[in-house]
Design a protein around this ligand. Structure first.
Ligand code: SAM
Ligand code: SF4
Length: 342
């Protein structure tokens, strides 16, 4: 929760962002690039066409917009993409933003990564004040890894994870559960992560953007996964609030945690505290809805005050929730996940 002072402002001195349903927005996800060195089958088409470089917000623009969000009470910031670590000036952005960590305005600065570049960046991330990261890893089988990422190398990602662990980052592994692909590997992944002291978060596949397969075939409701895990393990419900949408259990036998992100079978919108900024400056108010505002235009026309005014408008437009339907063939959203970063 954002700490509100007696005069109605938050720690950073701005008025908080409260939407029409009384939810305070304190969590911003920023997709810093739509580019990626992988082409995961559930996330991207094989021949993705990326945005022209000129459409991408510059470091200065991104930094200014982030500063406005922090001023308006955002306390948690996640950088994502595309692959955030393939953006050339990513460390400039992280070092700029870490200034808000150091003065206490931001409680957490974190990152979701495919792990391919972590071996190069782990130490720098820690030096910038980052404490934990999410790494996506859907399988521990090298051949299947190459198949699902279309161009990733498992060994490189494992090296990256090891480097992050050595550098002292807490690690959460994100695994998209796919029927007929990795459903038989979930128990192995659970042991692998918990033996290393990592959390595991399972994610239901969401219908974001056109991809080549039929998502209805691979869609695996996590209710089913949880029931199967409960046959082998003792799952204790815990109240761990990471500010994100996952619900967690502790596995008594391993002592580790497993989170479930179930946008399809369980709607978590009532407690939604987040908005998403794309690398072109579009602000999406819900992962599954198209309501959006253009903060780049607002910044160019009215500077940071223009952005702040646009955020007030955003709070009126933020919808109550999304309406993903696993039985539909057509994507619920035409956007690929790499646009908003999950
Ligand atoms: N490239 C980074 C990565 O893979 O971690 C960050 C961006 S990626 C879009 C963020 C998260 O979204 C990843 O954990 C990925 O597995 C997940 N994701 C991508 N497409 C998805 C989909 N259609 N349904 C559910 N999760 C998805
Ligand atoms: Fe790239 Fe992440 Fe999408 Fe995979 S899930 S294609 S790594 S952005």
């Amino acid at each position: 929760m954002t700490k509100i002072t007696g005069n109605g402002t938050n720690r950073a001195g701005g008025t908080p962002l409260v939407d029409g349903f009384g939810r305070t927005v304190s969590y911003l996800r920023v997709s810093v690039t739509d580019r990626c060195d992988f082409r995961c089958t559930y996330c991207m088409a094989e021949n993705m066409v990326f945005l022209p470089k000129k459409d991408i917000l510059s470091f200065e623009e991104l930094a200014s917009i982030i500063d406005v969000f922090v001023k308006r009470g955002v306390t948690k910031l996640r950088l994502t993409g595309g692959e955030p670590l393939v953006r050339k000036d990513i460390m400039d952005l992280i070092n700029h933003t870490s200034g808000h960590l150091k003065n206490g305005e931001l409680k957490e600065l974190t990152l979701t990564s495919n792990g391919s570049q972590l071996h190069r960046f782990a130490d720098q991330l820690v030096a910038a004040g980052m404490k934990r990261i999410n790494v996506s890893l859907d399988t521990l089988n090298a051949e299947k890894f190459a198949r699902v990422t279309r161009r990733g190398r498992l060994e490189q990602v494992l090296e990256g994870i090891e480097a992050a662990d050595r550098a002292g980052l807490a690690i959460k592994i994100n695994m998209v559960a796919m029927r007929g692909f990795n459903d038989e590997e979930i128990v192995d992944m659970l042991h692998w992560t918990h033996e290393r002291g990592f959390d595991l978060t399972l994610i239901e596949e969401m219908p974001m953007g056109e991809v080549s397969g039929d998502r209805r075939e691979s869609f695996l409701p996590l209710r089913e996964v949880r029931d199967r895990l409960a046959e082998r393990f003792t799952l204790e419900k815990i109240t761990l609030n990471t500010g994100g949408p996952a619900r967690y259990v502790r596995v008594q036998e391993t002592g580790g945690r497993v989170g479930f992100i179930t946008p399809m079978s369980h709607n978590f919108c009532e407690s939604c505290n987040r908005v998403r900024l794309t690398c072109t400056g579009k602000l999406f108010l819900c992962l599954g809805q198209e309501n959006q505002l253009d903060l780049r235009t607002a910044l160019r026309a009215g500077g940071t005050e223009g952005v702040s005014r646009e955020l007030d408008r955003a709070m009126i437009l933020k919808p109550k929730g999304h309406d993903f339907d696993p039985t539909r063939i057509a994507p619920a959203s035409v956007r690929h996940m790499s646009v908003t970063g999950g």
